[in-house]
Design a protein around this ligand. Structure first.
Ligand SMILES: [Zn+2]
Length: 100
């Protein structure tokens, strides 16, 4: 069973053992919204921006939250996506999604 979101123990059997699994980088739009205002100063310059739930092609029960990377034209439920990685520091990159 895949553990998503990542957590220390398996919710079914409480096992602490795990391994990382490649789930691929393609998905479809499960849901989305446009953020026009934010109370977070770090995100203010990005408004308006899209937050979406990406349903992974390889594991449809997993909905992966992220931002839309790129233009909104064609954004709709079921639209195909590919993952991109947005570096926010030398050590950390966040997965974003681009319409494909
Ligand atoms: Zn388990």
């Amino acid at each position: 069973m895949l553990r998503w979101p990542p957590r220390a123990a398996c919710p079914a059997c409480l096992s602490m053992s795990y391994s990382w699994v490649d789930v691929g980088g393609s998905a479809v739009v499960f849901s989305w919204c446009v953020v026009h205002r934010t109370n977070l100063p770090a995100l203010a310059s990005l408004t308006p921006y899209v937050v979406l739930a990406a349903q992974l092609d390889s594991h449809p029960h997993i909905k992966f939250l992220g931002n839309l990377d790129g233009p909104r034209e064609g954004l709709s439920i079921g639209a195909p996506l590919v993952v991109t990685f947005n570096p926010i520091s030398p050590q950390i990159s966040l997965p974003w999604w681009r319409l494909s």
